[in-house]
Design a protein around this ligand. Structure first.
Ligand code: AHM
Ligand code: MG
Length: 342
């Protein structure tokens, strides 16, 4: 039993923030409510995933003889369905879809565009590791009724809002509308996201680094030297950095936002088809970069701020270094010193 003091929910939080901006239309409240609604549905299914395994329902058909949908396809359907009919968006993009997605016939086209990774890290579902949804929202820039790719393909600097939902030991929504970064934890008993982390700030410097070190032989000299450096005894702490890598971007970034340190997915020479690393600009790197900067940290491609990259392709990839300001500056320095022209 609590003393009746219940944290404020997501709707009230946005509402309160918007009061500071008389020109705000209140539309962001509606958008975040719709995102939260979709997140609750996906969260329910993610929590059932382990159980489904035990009950043997992961085959092609379930006991009713119905097709069992893969969770990432399910999450994609849920988000696109709810957001597409919300009246807030003119066009959408998803990691799961090659082209932009238009609002279904008969539904209002709105003033915003959204890019999504509906279920990032989905290869981790089988092993009960945190996965997440990432979103980024821009104001539309095109004229006419239908939105188009141009509305989605805007630099992160112009984001109106961005965030992620992490499905873990609890489900959390972490977001920014350009007013700091705030976290909300889903209370399943009342079905509401309640404010749990107000104004998250990344420490200026952290103690951990997060990277897939199996790619070491494929990295540039600068990245290899930087990682070698982190393993040396630090002059201040007398200890090397600790390695922490889950392999699920949302989970790795969530820890980095709260505790500091650096998360990286650099370019590597493993696959000539992916010369810029693995992570996608528009719905993975850009929204996370927005959150990092809003929390007082930094996010870089190694060669400038992620938020300043002008997108050229819907699914383009960029090298990504994000987290504590001093840690990000140091890796940039190594890249400048050793990889110039590499
Ligand atoms: P996905 O979009 O196919 O799920 O891949 C993205 C995921 C990120 O969550 C994570 O940071 C990265 O892939 C891990 O990649 P790797 O296995 O190469 O370390
Ligand atoms: Mg992804």
């Amino acid at each position: 039993m609590t003393d009746g003091q219940i944290g404020i929910n997501l709707t009230r939080h946005i509402h309160e923030k918007q009061k500071q901006y008389p020109e705000a239309t209140g539309e962001l409240t509606g958008i975040l409510n719709q995102l939260a609604f979709a997140a609750k549905i996906v969260s329910r299914e993610v929590n059932k995933a382990g159980l489904v395994e035990i009950l043997g329902l992961t085959g092609e058909k379930n006991i009713q003889g119905e097709q069992v949908m893969k969770l990432d396809v399910f999450a994609n359907d849920v988000f696109l369905n709810i957001l597409g009919k919300s009246g807030h968006f003119c066009v959408m993009a998803s990691e799961e879809e090659e082209d932009v997605i238009h609002v279904p016939e008969g539904y209002k086209r709105g003033r915003y565009a959204i890019a999504l990774d509906p279920l990032d890290g989905s290869s981790n579902i089988d092993v009960n590791v945190n996965i997440g949804t990432i979103f980024s929202i821009h104001r539309r820039v095109s004229d006419g009724d239908e939105g188009c790719e141009r509305d989605i393909m805007q630099a992160g600097r112009k984001l109106v809002a961005a965030g992620y939902i992490v499905y873990g030991s609890s489900t959390m929504l972490v977001m920014s509308t350009g007013n700091g970064v705030h976290g909300f934890t889903l209370d399943p008993s009342v079905g509401e996201f309640l404010e749990s982390h107000t104004n998250i700030r990344i420490p200026a410097r952290g103690k951990t680094y997060s990277i897939n070190e199996g790619n070491y032989p494929y990295w540039s000299i600068g990245i290899r030297k930087y990682i070698d450096h982190l393993k040396e005894k630090d002059k201040e702490s007398g200890r090397p950095y600790s390695g922490r890598y889950i392999g699920s971007m949302v989970a790795d970034m969530h820890r980095t936002l709260l505790k500091g340190g650096i998360f990286m997915y650099p370019a590597d020479k493993k696959d000539p088809k992916k010369p810029h690393g693995k992570l996608r600009l528009l719905y993975e790197c850009s929204p996370m970069a927005f959150l990092c900067e809003q929390a007082g940290g930094a996010a870089s491609t190694g060669n400038g701020a992620v938020l300043d990259v002008e997108p050229t392709q819907l699914h383009q990839r960029v090298p990504f270094f994000a987290g504590s300001m001093e840690d990000v500056r140091l890796v940039e320095d190594y890249i400048r010193r050793y990889d110039d022209g590499d």
